[in-house]
Design a protein around this ligand. Structure first.
Ligand SMILES: [Ca+2]
Length: 335
């Protein structure tokens, strides 16, 4: 008969065996979800237990797309992607990849396009449409024109395409004699064009004016006892500005200042009608200077006029009035 110690050893061994069996039994219960066979293919390996692997094969004439083998993981999910079997004679042209009337030619695992006249590129694409609002910004500042295999930018009349081929630069008609201004006119270059301007001195009762420079008129001396004459403006200055459309506001457009101050006070005022008041205001920037501010963006094409009056006073008595007329030519475009 075995003694008590021998029985205890045997029992321990049996216990060990049983727990190992239980563990492997439990492990075999842990499986991944069932996998389907691909259409036109087969699945090799039937076990869906953790750690086991299945393989996929495609029928002759088909190629596998996706994972060729997948393993059941501890998380009870399969590695990889469910594969499909794609016919070797898959038609790459099925998705109509050739644009703008191009003809698609199906080749092994690829396609090529025979483009219609005037188109080129891998898919006969229109570069203007493809890249017009790409991450690098607008392809062309103004307009994109599709060309075979590429594009070019075009600009409106009055502009040249810049060297980089994408932007537009105003042509200075005044500097290049591409203007038809007469001898008594002055040429003012504007964005996208030019203006011929002529300054005629104003005709005001009680005073006469004479042109002292192409853009300035000064009052002839008043008779000593003519108070009405001395109240009229001492001078008129004319200035022309060219700006693009929708210029951001507020911004300083022009400064008027006194070269030397005679009286004790200088006063700056905006003259003109409602239109001028809607777009402009006059502020003093220092003791001797007033500035014309644009307060609202202006949509072109248009021309705006503003008049700034500077008056000199000595103990509240007016010594002189100086009028500056500013004409602002606003372009049709924002460039
Ligand atoms: Ca111009």
């Amino acid at each position: 008969c075995p003694n008590r110690q021998e029985i205890q050893v045997t029992l321990k061994q049996v216990q060990k065996l049983l727990s190992a069996h239980e563990a492997s039994c439990l492990q075999s219960l842990r499986t991944c979800p069932k996998l389907d066979e691909p259409i036109n293919g087969r699945k090799l390996g039937k076990s869906h237990r953790v750690g086991h692997e299945v393989h996929f094969l495609c029928d002759p004439g088909y190629e596998i797309v996706g994972s060729e083998s997948r393993v059941c993981q501890e998380s009870l999910t399969w590695t990889g992607q469910q594969p499909t079997c794609r016919g070797l004679h898959f038609n790459e042209c099925a998705s109509s990849p050739c644009l703008n009337g191009g003809t698609c030619v199906d080749e092994l695992n690829q396609f090529s396009c025979v483009c219609a006249k005037g188109w080129a590129g891998e898919t006969c694409q229109n570069e203007c449409e493809l890249f017009h609002n790409g991450p690098a910004g607008k392809l062309c500042l103004h307009k994109c024109v599709n060309t075979p295999g590429g594009y070019r930018c075009s600009c409106p009349a009055g502009y040249n395409v810049t060297r980089d081929g994408r932007s537009c630069k105003d042509i200075d008609e005044c500097a290049t004699r591409q203007n038809n201004c007469t001898n008594d006119q002055m040429c003012v270059n504007t964005y996208g064009g030019f203006q011929c301007v002529r300054v005629d001195c104003p005709k005001i009762p009680h005073a006469t004016y004479v042109k002292t420079s192409p853009m300035r008129c000064e009052r002839n001396p008043c008779p000593l006892d003519n108070k009405a004459c001395s109240q009229t403006p001492t001078s008129f200055s004319y200035h022309h500005l060219a700006v693009v459309s929708n210029l951001s506001a507020p911004r300083v457009m022009f400064r008027v200042s006194a070269l030397r101050q005679l009286g004790d006070t200088l006063r700056f005022t905006l003259l003109g009608g409602r239109q001028a008041r809607h777009h402009f205001t006059v502020q003093r920037s220092d003791r001797q200077t007033g500035q014309l501010m644009l307060v609202n963006p202006v949509q072109g094409p248009t021309a705006l006029e503003a008049e700034v009056e500077m008056s000199e006073l000595e103990r509240r008595v007016q010594l002189g009035r100086y009028i500056t007329k500013i004409t602002m030519f606003v372009s049709q475009y924002e460039f």
